[in-house]
Design a protein around this ligand. Structure first.
Ligand code: AMP
Length: 340
């Protein structure tokens, strides 16, 4: 049986496993937590991500090693030949190097650098290990930046979009329809796909440039701001992404399956839309399952994670829903709708 090894055993690893089992694959995950939720779909090696012995145990007998989060130590990933390769991780882990890469590829971004370069108001972000809006603050007056901080122009965007694509070993690329994303308190709440009047061609152009420059293999996500009809790249994630979870139920081939196909050198599956979809994240508490399942064409995905405030513990995809159904799902899936 073909074994896939994955650094990280969270929900993304779990959904890779769920997509890969029907393809005849088996899975092994590395995670520091014995409760990592991917343990239900494969073997779990419990150790820190930079533990050389554990990385060797993870990789032994595997056809390919991949990862499910971008803060994997680069040497650890490179040491086991992980796919996507180390260049994507290096750029993806440092917001400055990520923005400079965008700029070198002619991909527009918000102004970035020092406050003199961004103007005010600005957002100051930590260069490393920031995610879900953590490690960022708004700055309205000139002040010194700390080491390891980067300022960005505060963009008055009209909406947030993302393009998720996949590149095969032979360089073929495919893209899912652009999604429109709503964040609250820095956490993704809702993705609608396709986005209304989606700038699909421009978004694909941006993503293709990045994929080709990195010689990338696997699924990638680029988060974009749309402002006054222009697209600005905010960041990319060298992995499967929350804004494409809807593809499990709404696309011909999910991002998880296509990531596996790409890294294993198998033919890519169609990324065509099956039906317009809305994904709602379940955050904090266990949701009222029966009420969610009562919603028309609703598909619930719980991750087997213990509830905790602000924690993503599942998502629900609504296929071709009306606005009333979306509002109902949002209410049921929020912390207030959940039951602790
Ligand atoms: P990030 O940590 O870069 O993913 O940012 C988290 C969220 O903060 C984004 O999804 C946006 O909602 C917001 N944000 C990030 N950068 C900017 C910016 N330069 N201007 C305005 N909003 C931003």
């Amino acid at each position: 049986m073909t074994l896939v090894a994955c650094i990280g055993g969270g929900q993304l690893g779990r959904m890779l496993g769920l997509a890969g089992l029907p393809l005849g694959l088996s899975f092994r995950f590395l995670d520091p937590s014995p409760d990592a939720c991917a343990r239900e779909v494969g073997e779990l090696v419990v150790a820190p991500y930079d533990d050389r012995d554990a990385l060797d145990r993870l990789a032994v007998g595997a056809a390919v090693v991949t990862y499910e989060f971008e803060n994997v130590p680069v040497e650890a990933a490179a040491g086991v030949g992980a796919v996507p390769g180390p260049r994507a991780l290096e750029h993806g882990q440092d917001r400055l190097s990520e923005k400079e890469l965008f700029r070198s590829l002619g991909i527009p971004t918000a102004r970035f650098g020092r406050l003199e370069e961004t103007g005010l108001p600005a957002l100051v972000k930590t260069r490393r290990l920031g995610y879900d809006g953590k490690g960022q603050r708004r700055v309205d007056r000139d002040e010194p930046l700390e080491d390891g901080e980067l300022a960005e122009e505060l963009v008055a965007f009209d909406r947030e979009l993302s393009i998720v694509g996949v590149r095969a070993r032979d360089g073929e690329t495919r893209f899912w329809p652009v999604g429109e994303n709503v964040h609250r308190e820095g956490i993704l709440r809702v993705t609608r796909a396709p986005a209304r009047d989606a700038p699909q061609v421009e978004a694909e152009r941006i993503c293709t440039r990045l994929l080709d420059a990195l010689g990338y293999v696997g699924v990638i996500a680029v988060e974009l701001f749309e402002a006054g009809g222009r697209l600005l790249a905010n960041e990319f994630a060298p992995r499967v992404h929350n804004t494409a979870h809807w593809t499990i139920d709404g696309a011909e081939t999910s991002q998880f399956e296509n990531h596996l196909r790409a890294i294993l050198g198998l033919p890519l599956g169609s990324t065509a839309l099956r039906a317009p979809s809305v994904m709602v994240n379940v955050i904090g508490g266990i949701p009222p399952v029966e009420e969610l399942l009562e919603l028309p064409r609703a598909h619930l995905h719980l991750y087997g994670k213990a509830p905790r405030p602000g924690r993503k513990i599942g998502h629900v995809t609504l296929v071709d829903p009306d606005e009333e159904t979306v509002a109902r799902a949002v209410a049921l899936a929020s912390e207030e709708g959940g039951r602790g």
